[in-house]
Design a protein around this ligand. Structure first.
Ligand code: GFP
Length: 794
């Protein structure tokens, strides 16, 4: 373990030789470059050793394919996991450099959208912590998810230039590169299919070390980018003066990893999206085979060496791609290739929402991936040949579309849902027919979160208190938090627990003040809903209730109202108009309420723009109340719910996703439950005019809707929320109206409970103590045993 003086000289060395400056001329960026190199150096020895052991001992590796990774800032996390954080702080202190500035200078790579991408990052870190050999495979988007700004309350999207200052913690590997082919024709030559592609793009690797806790094992996050140059530039056209046209193909290649999630509402957007998915998948599968063939030659043994996990349907083309490579390049018979591929592959489903279950038009597939379409057609025929009438309801291709969920299911030996409720719904509503053909294929692995980032890094005061109270070791054995239960009655401990929460609130307050000029009243109940904007997550229910609370304070200003700050964080997909309306409403309501002298001491709305992992690390530790209020049956799991509970927030929530299991763990008496169940939701939607009926039964909701309709929050444009209101009165698919009164009653119970700080803190401690099972280490342990067939720890 290096001492602070050793780290100090390492920093000075890299400042000079990697950043190329002297200390007295160094900028914050220069110091960050130096720190990146120092930490990367420390990660490299265990990284190379892990790779060597994997090779020499023939260890089986996991290959986690995901279109999204939301790793968060890397440096502090790496320092913690290498157990160097304190030494780094001391070294910078000694150099007279403010370490917080250096940490804050690092961009937060927004290579994902929400829960799925963050889950991938937590899982990769847990695999390293558990010593499970793994590669995370993704795309190195030049620009991450957009940066969100608010103008006049509206969401404005701007490109996120996360790479503009380089990426000093990664290694670029132009020689780890594969050709990915697109389009063209199929020919039959000597009874075999030959694909003559129209375009060939080279995918090159960029590797980021992912350090496990304790620094004993380091895995790789391998992100692909298209390699420009070479044959992509048409020199004849260039020399003829057509400089732009000469670069057409190069431009297209670069587009493959230019942005995350191009809007797929146009044909071209869809084509790009499928091309991106194939680019990721093909390069990754080729890499898996190349690594295997480097030490072995009998591909039939591939399942002993490699597991490929498809994170949702985005990489579902992995099945046809692996079959194609085995048949076309390695001489396998079709059936043998299918059996082998299925043993290697597995698939995690993250959603039941129809719009998120990909279906690619057959024509598009034929145009981009003709050989794969042929394989999918053959797979479909094979299922019917093998299972006869039992497979009558199974269709990999239907109504001119390839159903990627069914394809992923059919080419996997295990499929998993991400919470008990979700898995049950997947089995009943999504894949009942496929499951009937292959009983036991579908299992549940409830999601998890890494305690290193989500407690040790994000909440140092609380993490220190935990260590003082139960000793070290909980970071990699989170069930040990149970020991905190013994302290839940101890007034001294409760006070210390309250003071850790207060410190987190102060940290949030100073960040809000510095970055956003927002004042956070510290004596209030801090109530947070931080997640992607989506109608099913019901930020609308939250803001409508906020209006109702405001109206009630105004109607009875003398009453003893418990002060609340309602904090929101989240982005809406750029083409999702309804979600953008909700964002604007939150901002409009916030402006009016925050300016109201009569209520501003008792109610505030705070919505800092550009929610990301770094912001989550500030909001979550400071929260008293966690809003997990999705329409039951629609949130597959949620992982924010786990992070808040781990940080001592109480949950107000529906019986949805992992909320169900969190409530079971923490005890019903320590959870604010409300709302319809998933079954009741289905039944309610069938009732004619259920929306209007629900509104007519709630005077409070009618008052709120009237205020919105009258333009109380949009006086310059009273009709601004016409379509949103219309939707609520006529269809209300997400049952905001049906759950409104129940939500209100539950919120009133929250207030009453919060009035007794000791009681609240006791409940919060019990929440924290009982959510150890939501560690991603537990989840990965299950994947290793039940899906990947790997021994527990290596
Ligand atoms: C999705 C689901 C969540 C789930 C995560 C991870 O999140 O309920 O917790 O995947 O499994 F919706 P998003 O990527 O859609 O935010």
């Amino acid at each position: 373990m290096p001492t602070p003086p050793e780290l100090r000289s390492a920093l000075l060395h890299h400042l000079r030789y990697s950043a190329g400056v002297e200390p007295d001329r160094a900028s914050v960026l220069d110091w960050r470059v130096a720190l990146s190199h120092v930490l990367r150096d420390r990660a490299t020895a265990p990284w190379l050793e892990a790779a060597r052991r994997t090779r020499d001992e023939g260890l089986k590796s996991v290959n986690y394919l995901s279109m999204e990774f939301l790793p968060g800032r890397l440096l502090e996390d790496a320092a913690i996991n290498l157990q160097l954080r304190d030494a780094v702080v001391a070294a910078f202190d000694d150099l007279g450099v403010n370490v917080a500035d250096v940490v804050d200078d690092e961009p937060d790579p927004a290579l994902g959208n929400g829960g799925l991408g963050r889950l991938a990052a937590c899982y990769l870190e847990s695999m390293s912590t558990l010593g499970c050999p793994a590669y995370g495979y993704g795309l190195r988007y030049e620009r991450g998810l957009f940066r969100q700004h608010f103008e006049d309350g509206r969401q404005i999207e701007r490109p996120d230039e996360w790479l503009s200052h380089g990426d000093p913690f990664s290694f670029t590997r132009p020689e780890t590169a594969y050709e990915v082919r697109f389009g063209g024709e199929l020919d039959e030559v000597d009874g075999r299919e030959v694909w003559r592609p129209a375009t060939r793009i080279i995918a090159a690797a960029h590797d980021t070390p992912v350090v496990g806790y304790g620094g004993r094992w380091v895995n790789t996050l391998r992100l692909w980018s298209a390699l420009p140059g070479g044959d992509l530039l048409d020199l004849d056209r260039f020399n003829a003066g057509d400089f732009m046209g000469a670069a057409d193909l190069e431009t297209w290649a670069r587009t493959l990893n230019r942005v995350l999630y191009p809007t797929d509402t146009t044909d071209l957007g869809r084509e790009l999206r499928l091309s991106q998915e194939y680019f990721l998948t093909s390069a990754s599968v080729q890499d898996v085979l190349r690594r295997f063939l480097a030490t072995q030659d009998d591909l039939r043994r591939l399942p002993e060496q490699a597991a490929i996990q498809m994170n949702d349907t985005h990489p579902a083309i992995a099945g046809p791609e692996l079959i194609r490579l085995l048949v076309d390049d390695h001489g396998f018979a079709f059936d043998g290739a299918v059996d082998l591929a299925t043993q290697v592959l597995s698939y995690t489903n993250h959603t039941l929402l129809p719009e998120a279950l990909e279906m690619w038009p057959v024509d598009l597939m034929r145009h981009l991936l003709p050989r794969h379409l042929q394989i999918i057609e053959r797979l479909d025929r094979r299922i019917h040949e093998v299972h006869g009438h039992a497979a009558d309801e199974v269709h990999l291709i239907e109504h001119g579309h390839v159903r990627m969920g069914d394809l992923a299911f059919a080419t996997s030996h295990r499929v998993n849902g991400v919470s008990a409720l979700h898995t049950d719904l997947v089995s009943r509503n999504l894949f009942p027919h496929l499951e009937a053909l292959t009983p036991g294929r579908l299992i549940n692995v409830t999601n998890g979160i890494t305690p290193r980032r989500w407690l040790k890094l994000a909440n140092p005061a609380l993490a220190d208190l935990v260590t003082e109270t139960i000793g070290p070791g909980w970071e990699s054995d989170l069930e040990r938090l149970r020991d905190l239960e013994h302290h839940a009655q101890d007034p001294g401990f409760l006070e210390a627990f309250g003071s850790a929460k207060h410190q987190a609130k102060r940290r949030l307050a100073s960040w809000l003040a510095d970055e956003h000029a927002i004042e956070l009243p510290l004596g209030s109940l801090i109530d947070v809903q931080a997640k992607r904007l989506h109608e099913y997550k019901r930020q609308l229910l939250n803001i409508l209730w906020t209006v109702s609370r405001w109206q009630r304070i105004k109607a009875d200003p003398e009453a003893d109202w418990m002060p609340r700050v309602k904090i929101f964080g989240g982005k809406a997909a750029p083409s999702y108009a309804a979600a953008k309306d909700i964002i604007r409403l939150i901002n409009d309501v916030g402006r009016v309420i925050n300016d109201d002298p009569e209520t501003r001491d008792r109610l505030r709305v705070v919505y800092p723009p550009n929610y990301n992992v770094t912001m989550a690390e500030k909001l979550i530790p400071a929260a008293d109340l966690s809003e997990q209020i999705s329409t039951a049956g629609m949130e597959a799991s949620g992982t924010g719910n786990m992070k808040f509970a781990l940080n001592g927030a109480l949950t107000i929530g529906t019986l949805d996703g992992a909320n169900v299991e969190i409530r079971e763990q923490v005890g019903a008496e320590n959870f604010f439950l409300f709302g319809l169940t998933a079954e009741e939701v289905t039944a309610r939607r069938e009732q004619p005019d259920h929306a209007r009926t629900a509104i007519e039964q709630s005077q409070a909701l009618q008052d709120v809707l009237q205020a919105v309709a009258e333009g109380t929050f949009s006086p310059d444009e009273p009709g601004r929320y016409g379509s949103l209101l219309d939707h609520l009165w006529t269809s209300d698919w997400f049952l905001v109206a049906a759950d409104f009164d129940a939500y209100n009653s539950s919120q009133e119970l929250v207030d009453r409970t919060y009035r007794d700080p000791q009681r609240w803190q006791r409940m919060a401690v019990l929440n924290m103590a009982r959510v150890g099972c939501f560690s991603s280490d537990r989840a990965i342990g299950q994947y290793m045993k039940e899906i990947w067939d790997l021994p527990p720890a290596q």
